[in-house]
Design a protein. Structure first.
Length: 141
């Protein structure tokens, strides 16, 4: 079983960035800083989504593609699984840290955070699987 640690490491960094961009509104509203107007919050939120899109599909997809081009010795399944697991746990820890810093929340926020972490982990695993498979296909063809 030969798997690459590069996509999971990239997924950890991407998940941290995605967590922070999704938490901008929570941080702005939940802390004692001056809250910008709704237009600025919407701009930050949509800008964060654009950054997240570029990181997930550009950076992680590109890294997975390059790793997949290395050849057939790489096991795609374990690498994609590790990518999703590391990305999901990183997102959960980063979001949990932000929520702990903001203050105590109710149970539904914790359940939502776990659900979001699972969703991010699955998304990162699928992107890594697609990039690895495409890279392997381009090597064979």
């Amino acid at each position: 079983m030969d798997w690459s640690p590069l996509p999971p490491a990239t997924a950890a960094a991407v998940a941290l960035a995605v967590s922070l961009t999704r938490s901008v509104t929570t941080i702005a509203v939940g802390t004692a800083i001056d809250v910008p107007g709704p237009g600025a919050l919407a701009l930050y939120r949509f800008g964060g989504r654009a950054v997240g899109f570029v990181l997930v599909y550009g950076l992680l997809g590109g890294v997975a593609y390059r790793v997949g081009r290395r050849g057939d010795a790489l096991d795609v399944g374990p690498t994609a699984l590790a990518t999703g697991l590391v990305g999901g746990v990183s997102f959960l820890l980063a979001t949990g840290a932000v929520l702990a810093w903001i203050g105590p929340q109710n149970v539904i926020v914790a359940v939502g955070t776990v659900g979001a972490a699972v969703g991010v982990g699955v998304e990162l695993a699928v992107v890594a699987l697609a990039g690895l498979s495409l890279g392997r296909l381009r090597t064979a063809g």
